[in-house]
Design a protein around this ligand. Structure first.
Ligand SMILES: Nc1ncnc2c1ncn2[C@@H]1O[C@H](COP(=O)(O)OP(=O)(O)O)[C@@H](O)[C@H]1O
Ligand SMILES: O=C(CO)[C@H](O)[C@H](O)COP(=O)(O)O
Length: 551
């Protein structure tokens, strides 16, 4: 650890609830991560496109990891706690007990996960209203947002869930409630996933139009009528009960939360870039795109004035960096897609065995295997005749079309490790082409982006990072702390503690540039051609469905 500072150290705890696991970190006032712990969380898929979790299981995991990272630390030095989480929907009854979100009536499973696509018919009807709130989600509401899921609950689980429900929380807000007893919602979650406007509040006409007038009638009590900017200190901090569970002191300031992608954004986007040879050095912060890549990828771009990008979520005012508008592009499955294709390949057991024998992760093994088979050519050239369209779980941005499916062209009669490695490469490239597609849509609407700031689990994969640089032609910045999302959560805790006067100040002090990866511009021509093919794939897919739905 670093030292050399006279003043006693201040510590903040950040807790990040991802799709597959909960992580916690102990972070100091300079953004240095001193301790890290993670713990898997349960997931259920009771039927295709239904994904559920348990808020009690998630909270228990938060307690385990928090206790671990504060072990051996003087608890008086812990000055703040911040949470971020996926934007899943938590349902509790009037006494704050879990309610089932499933036909089985299993109340343990009281969370509809963000990637759940059960509410297809509901979102279709919501989009048909053409209500003006839809302008602020890229023109089309996503099936992954909360309004369609709420409508699904009302239409499908009236007695067992809807009528008994007292509180619908976005997962980040559930966590801050659990810690403090305060039911106030974060501006981040409500603006991004619930159609709340930072300027105008709730729009009664929207909820009435879609058939959820219930919320208007009780003054939005169940979904939030007190809304606070992320980082605001909640109530009197940690309750004695929560403090005991988390292994912290009662009264520690707890911040209004952020969605995980937004915490990642705070963890990377404000870094001081001087001296790294980056073009964004002389440019405003709006030239930076934070890309948070885990189970999904989220592309966070900010602007001074609202920018309406068709198919890209937002513009959301103050939902990430206060005072700035945010556009959020995304790909619903990226890490999950890579895992899916690699694990489903016949050569996967062989890969696992070989990686284990070398004490490597399967991805480190695949990357070195690709280096072996590429011979003298750049590794990316191995996919000259293998192309992937990555929307296995629909397209979030910029097409906003949940009916799209994945495509692979160039298959051969081979099942060996080479075949697996090249399919993996083509998938990583397809995800990077998806990022390029999103950036082009954002730029066409008025963004001016020059540099990518990557974080999340996939940013630990050097091939994923290099392909993003090569395919977008932009430099990629990686943070000093790999766990940038947790630094973002700790920034929230630091803001709640009052140690910093603003989120911007905390960001500038706590997020730091680590490594910079420059694009191989000499390969540009090749990737431009592959990008042409990429765009053709989706064009063709649409033609296929038109043929099949014709007479
Ligand atoms: N060391 C690694 N090398 C390559 N890929 C990794 C590594 N660690 C995680 N990943 C990828 O990152 C994804 C998970 O990222 P993570 O940020 O942990 O997800 P989430 O926040 O959604 O729980 C996995 O799907 C996996 O493909
Ligand atoms: O919609 C999102 C952010 O607005 C994310 O996709 C969602 O929160 C899941 O995140 P992750 O892939 O990190 O688990």
């Amino acid at each position: 650890t670093m030292s050399g500072e006279e003043e006693p150290r201040s510590y903040y705890v950040g807790v990040d609830v991802g799709t597959g696991s909960v992580r916690a970190a102990l972070v100091d006032q300079r953004g240095v991560l001193l301790a890290f712990a993670d713990q898997p969380i349960k997931k259920w898929e009771p039927q295709f496109n239904h994904h559920e979790q348990s808020s009690e299981d998630i909270w228990a995991a938060c307690c385990v990891v928090t206790k671990k990272v504060v072990q051996g630390i003087d608890l008086n030095q812990i000055r703040g706690l911040g949470f971020d989480a996926t934007c899943s929907l938590v349902v509790l009854d009037k006494q704050f007990r879990p309610l089932p979100v499933n036909h089985e009536g299993d109340s343990h499973r009281n969370v509809i996960m963000w990637l759940d696509h059960r509410a297809v018919s509901q979102v279709h009807r919501i989009n048909e209203t053409k209500h003006s709130v839809l302008q602020y989600v890229g023109g089309v509401m996503s099936v992954e947002m909360q309004a369609p899921k709420l409508l699904w609950l009302k239409e499908n689980l009236r007695e067992t869930c809807w009528d008994k429900a007292g509180h619908f929380f976005d997962l980040p807000d559930f966590l801050s409630w659990k810690a403090t007893g305060v039911t106030a919602r974060s501006l981040c979650s409500l603006v991004c996933k619930w159609t709340y406007s930072a300027e105008k509040g709730w729009d009664d006409s929207f909820w009435k139009m879609i058939g959820l007038e219930d919320f208007v009638a009780d003054n939005y009590n169940k979904i939030g009528n007190q809304v606070l900017p992320p980082g605001t200190s909640l109530g009197s901090g940690l309750t004695p009960e929560a403090a005991k569970e988390l292994g912290l002191r009662p009264g520690v300031p707890v911040a209004a939360s952020l969605i995980d992608a937004h915490a990642g954004g705070l963890g990377v986007i404000g870094a001081d870039v001087r001296g790294h040879g980056l073009i964004c050095e002389g440019q405003p912060v709006t030239s930076r795109l934070a890309v948070i890549c885990g189970t999904s990828s989220c592309h966070m771009g900010i602007s001074k004035d609202p920018i309406f990008v068709p198919g890209v979520w937002g513009p959301y005012f103050s939902a990430m960096v206060p005072g700035f508008w945010l556009n959020e592009g995304g790909q619903s499955v990226t890490g999950k897609l890579i895992d899916h294709l690699v694990q489903g390949h016949p050569a996967f057991p062989e890969l696992q065995a070989k990686a284990t024998a070398r004490c490597q992760s399967i991805y480190a093994y695949l990357n070195s295997h690709l280096d072996l088979i590429k011979k003298t050519e750049p590794v990316g050239f191995l996919t000259v005749d293998l192309h992937v369209w990555p929307d296995f779980h629909g397209n979030r941005s910029p097409l906003a079309d949940l009916t799209l499916k994945g495509m692979v062209t160039g298959l051969k009669l081979s099942q060996d490790l080479d075949d697996l490695a090249i399919l993996y490469l083509a998938t990583v490239q397809a995800i990077a082409f998806g990022t390029r597609f999103i950036i082009e849509a954002m730029e066409a609407a008025g963004h001016s982006i020059s540099t990518l700031f990557l974080c999340g689990g996939l940013s630990k994969n050097p091939l994923f990072v290099q392909m993003h640089a090569d395919i977008t032609g932009m430099s990629v910045v990686l943070s000093q702390e790999v766990e940038s999302v947790l630094v973002g959560a700790a920034i929230l805790g630091a803001c709640a503690s009052g140690d910093f006067t603003s989120v911007q100040e905390a960001m500038a002090r706590m997020s730091k540039v680590g490594k910079v990866v420059f694009p191989r511009l000499e390969d540009k021509k090749y990737y431009d051609k592959k990008y042409q093919v990429f765009l053709k794939l989706v064009e063709h897919q649409k033609e296929y469905s038109a043929i099949m739905s014709g007479d």
